[in-house]
Design a protein around this ligand. Structure first.
Ligand SMILES: C[S@@+](CC[C@H](N)C(=O)[O-])C[C@H]1O[C@@H](n2cnc3c(N)ncnc32)[C@H](O)[C@@H]1O
Length: 294
């Protein structure tokens, strides 16, 4: 029976990848019924992180989790993943580590950070982990209650508390930052020193070409950025140019999609009235992050 299951998996993934993933599945649960379910889901194209990740329980210690496939490495953290919340991507990890280096070089005063569209909480949680303890109070906003629950579970797993005077902290709240009533109707504490966001940025024509393993499982709300892919950047620009939204000297760091960096840089300069903009490339040579200063 196991060899039949392996053959099914190999038919969709190829023998090398199937052998790796089958081993992880057996490690997760050797029961035949569970294995059959996992192989069926995987053969239909569901991301492995969702299949293995959802059965992880929070009582497992972070150290134990390191050895379990299905959690998603993000810098030195291992984060839980759960459908339909976006699985953190390596290109995001790269710029967040670079941002942590930049921020730790700045003043020792505690900073407040707002992460717009926080998803799994990966961006603020990694910054909380990397920056000196007691120097960051991070808050994540998302429109999805699934995302907020996952971000809260990830904070617990990473031992990042919602309140503390000596440690970095992370809290979340529900909010729609495209809405004209945001931030007045959201539970957030203005002003902020740092805004981060990896907003939905995929334009309609590209969305239609994404692989099924993405569109069938990851929330379209996490991906689709309006007809041109730029809707969320315009919304962020409207927010940050409001009085008292940012503290003087604030930094805005935004992940961008393929070919969007120049347009987003322009939006930040002309609409958000920010200056000293920078574009950072990812390790694969693509322009990936726009940084702007107040
Ligand atoms: C591309 S995902 C990024 C998630 C996470 N920050 C990351 O880097 O993996 C965008 C996130 O924005 C959230 N989102 C979409 N529309 C939103 C809105 N109008 N207001 C707040 N959050 C929104 C989605 O639910 C999703 O979690």
């Amino acid at each position: 029976m196991a060899s039949k299951l392996f053959a099914t998996l190999a038919a969709s993934l190829g023998p090398a990848q199937a052998s790796l993933e089958f081993k992880w599945m057996i490690q997760q649960s050797p029961k035949l019924q569970h294995l059959t379910d996992m192989v069926t889901r995987r053969s239909r194209g569901e991301p492995l992180q969702y299949i293995l990740g959802e059965s992880l329980v929070l009582s497992k210690s972070p150290n134990l989790l390191t050895s379990i496939p299905g959690s998603q490495p993000f810098g030195p953290l291992n984060l839980l993943t759960r459908p339909p919340v976006l699985i953190p991507r390596p290109e995001t990890e790269h710029w967040v580590i670079k941002l942590a280096d930049r921020l730790s070089a700045s003043s020792a005063q505690p900073k407040s950070l707002l992460d717009l569209g926080t998803g799994s909480g990966c961006i603020p949680l990694l910054l909380c982990h990397l920056l000196p303890q007691g120097s960051l109070r991070a808050h994540g906003v998302d429109i999805s209650t699934h995302a907020l629950q996952l971000a809260t579970d990830n904070a617990t797993l990473c031992a990042i508390p919602p309140e503390s005077t000596s440690k970095n902290t992370f809290t979340v709240s529900l909010g729609n930052f495209l809405s004209p009533s945001f931030p007045d109707d959201a539970k957030i504490n203005l002003p902020y020193d740092i805004i981060t966001s990896n907003p939905p940025y995929i334009p309609w024509d590209e969305y239609l070409q994404l692989p099924r393993s993405v569109t069938a499982y990851e929330d379209p709300k996490a991906l689709f950025g309006g007809p041109t892919g730029l809707d969320f950047y315009h919304a962020i620009a409207r927010l940050v140019r409001r009085k008292h939204f940012l503290r003087p000297g604030a930094i805005v760091a935004l992940e961008v999609g393929h070919g969007q960096a120049q347009a987003v840089e322009r939006i930040m300069r002309l609409d958000a009235h920010m200056r000293d903009t920078e574009i950072w490339s990812d390790p694969w040579g693509k322009e990936r992050t726009v940084l702007a200063h107040l």
